[in-house]
Structure formats: structure tokens, C-alpha cells
Design a protein around this ligand. Structure first.
Ligand code: SAM
Length: 306
């Protein structure tokens, strides 16, 4: 049975991160992301954060020229827009190429071969079958494009120890995703890597993240100390892939791709129904010339969810 869709419209996701206890996880993810983004010195391309939430990680990729923040929750996108406007200042926001797009990750409203760098953090655990999403990532990313993916690792140290003392119902070693409640599932690294390899994503780097996610440790050690340990662990022990969260950096190799198409939003968007790029952008809506469907633009947020 598929996962039930998480209701982010009636949940304060930003509040989840306000808790001091999650500062360690937030910082660990930033440390990993900085390592992976640092070698990408050319920031003139199109960057997409799919399942961006309220834009928590925006400050890590703010230098890219064109930024697409995509999520199916309008509430999270509205918060993201407000936060980014506050961070950049209204003037800078107005002239920027930052776009907010409500859409399902498995039906991305973009042209093929249009995105240079694509990021997904804490989102694939909500997907019943990530293959449909990876098909989309493969379609919209350019040849040679970078895909950074974070996912919850079922084969982590804690689960291995729990299974050794008989405290796990399922084995952390088999490839079947493990359900956590009815809206989340954790994946075995080989399960995710298998799907990515099938789609010609070549693994460049793997980082094991939030390796010290233990309440007792967080209580007895200052945050700074745990983050130093985290950084060391990420550098030297990541290849074991035993952390509760894994970051993969991959490069996509495509057999054929179309030519440069420009990075204006009109050149990026495509109708999610017919996948054609013949969209007319009005002030309050976008119309597909082929299917004649209207998609609304609500407070500057493109809504392609229908
Ligand atoms: C746990 S939050 C992570 C947000 C952000 N990436 C972060 O790390 O702070 C998951 C986000 O993914 C979004 N999401 C879940 N399934 C989605 C889907 N099928 N398409 C688009 N967004 C989705 C949710 O609305 C939510 O904002």
C-alpha cells in the first residue's frame, strides 16, 4: 500500500526547526551541503530545490543566478517567500530570478534539459515510489548536471544495533523500504543507488550525516564539540554509509539533450499535463496553449498542483 500524503498545509514545519534540539541536525546538513556545493563555482545556471519546505536551506544556494523553489505545500511556499524577502530585502527580491512553484515532484512543470543543479533534502521519504520522481529529475536536469539527494537511511548504526538485540521488526539490511508511521519511509542505500544508476546518475560523493543524533550526547556535549566530531566523521567515515541521513552527489550523463534554452522563467516552465512548453504567462495565471488549462499564480506563486 502507498504512503499517505503528509499534510503540510495544516502543520507548522518551520516550528519543527525552531526547537534548539534540532540545531545539530540543521547544522550537520549545512556542513554536508557546503562541502558538496563548494566545488560548483559557476553559479550562473539554474538551481532547483525540490521539496524546499519553507526555504530552510536557501542561504546555502542563494548565489545561483536563477533559483526555483518547488513544493506541493502552498503554506510552506508562502513562508519561504516571506522568509527570503525578509532575508534579501524587498528591493533585491523584486529584481531577482527566484521563483516559487507549487507542484508535485513526480510531475515537474519544467522543460527537459533545463536545470544545472537540483537538490532534494528530506523529501523522498514522503514518496511511495521514488522512481517516478527520479525519472523527472533525469528529464529536467541538463547533461552533466549535478543532483544532490538527501535521504533517510534505514541501514544506520542505531538500526543495526537494535536489530542485533531483537528490537527491530524488519531487517535494516534488506532493500525493502521501512515504513515509519503511514507517511514516511526510510531507504537502504543500495535501493536508492540502484535506481539512480539505472537512470545514468554517476555517484561522485556520499556523505554520512547527523551521525551523532543521540539525545544523551546532545545533552552532555556542547553543540560546537558535536559539530567538530560530525565534520570529522563526515570526512573520514562517510564511506561506511551508516549515518541516519545520507547525502549523495551525482552527475547525470545523458545520451541526447536539447540545446541551451535560456534561463527566463518563460523558457523554464512547461505544462505538467502535456509537457509542452507553450505556456502563456499572464499576471494572475498561466495558460497552456495545447491543453487550454489555466494554472493560477497566487501571490506570486505558480500553482501547478491540479
Ligand atoms: C520534511 S520537509 C523538508 C523541507 C526542506 N527540504 C528541508 O529540508 O527543510 C518535506 C517537504 O517536502 C514536500 N513534499 C513532500 N512530498 C512532495 C511531493 N510529492 N511533491 C512536492 N513536494 C513534496 C512537503 O510539502 C514538505 O515541504
Amino acid at each position: 500500500m502507498g504512503l499517505r500524503r503528509s499534510d503540510y498545509e495544516n502543520y507548522d514545519y518551520q516550528d519543527f526547526w525552531k526547537d534548539e534540539k534540532r540545531l545539530y541536525e540543521d547544522m550537520s546538513e549545512r556542513i554536508a551541503l557546503r562541502k558538496m556545493l563548494a566545488p560548483l563555482q559557476d553559479r550562473s545556471g539554474v538551481f532547483a530545490d525540490i521539496g524546499c519546505g519553507y526555504g530552510r536551506l536557501f542561504t546555502e544556494y542563494r548565489d545561483f543566478k536563477t533559483i526555483l523553489l518547488v513544493d506541493y505545500s502552498m503554506k510552506n511556499l508562502r513562508t519561504a517567500k516571506k522568509n527570503i524577502k525578509k532575508y534579501l530585502g524587498a528591493g533585491q527580491m523584486q529584481g531577482s530570478s527566484i521563483h516559487f512553484i507549487a507542484a508535485d515532484a513526480s510531475r515537474l512543470p519544467f522543460r527537459s534539459d533545463i536545470i544545472d543543479v537540483l537538490l532534494t533534502v528530506r523529501m523522498v521519504h514522503h514518496l511511495s515510489d521514488p522512481r517516478f520522481y527520479f525519472d523527472q529529475v533525469q528529464r529536467v536536469l541538463k547533461d552533466g548536471g549535478t543532483y544532490i539527494l538527501e535521504f533517510a537511511n534505514k541501514r544506520n548504526t542505531k538500526n543495526i544495533l537494535r536489530s542485533m538485540v531483537g528490537r527491530m521488526d524488519t531487517s535494516p539490511f534488506n532493500l525493502t523500504p521501512s515504513r515509519i508511521g503511514d507517511t514516511i519511509q526510510n531507504y537502504h542505500p543500495s535501493y536508492i543507488l540502484g535506481m539512480l544508476t539505472e537512470r545514468n546518475f554517476n555517484l561522485k560523493w556520499i556523505l554520512s550525516v547527523s551521525n551523532f543524533r543521540l539525545p544523551l550526547l546532545k545533552k552532555i556535549l556542547p553543540l560546537k564539540t558535536i559539530l567538530v566530531l560530525e565534520d570529522i566523521y563526515q570526512r573520514f567515515l562517510s564511506s561506511l554509509s551508516l549515518g541516519p541521513s545520507l547525502f549523495l552527489k551525482t552527475n547525470l550523463e545523458k545520451k541526447s539533450s536539447v540545446q541551451e534554452q535560456g534561463d527566463e522563467i518563460g523558457n523554464i516552465l512547461a505544462c505538467p499535463k502535456c509537457c509542452k512548453s507553450c505556456l502563456i504567462i499572464h499576471d494572475d495565471r498561466v495558460t497552456c496553449r495545447t491543453c487550454k488549462v489555466d494554472y493560477s499564480i497566487d501571490e506570486g506563486i505558480f500553482d501547478f498542483k491540479q
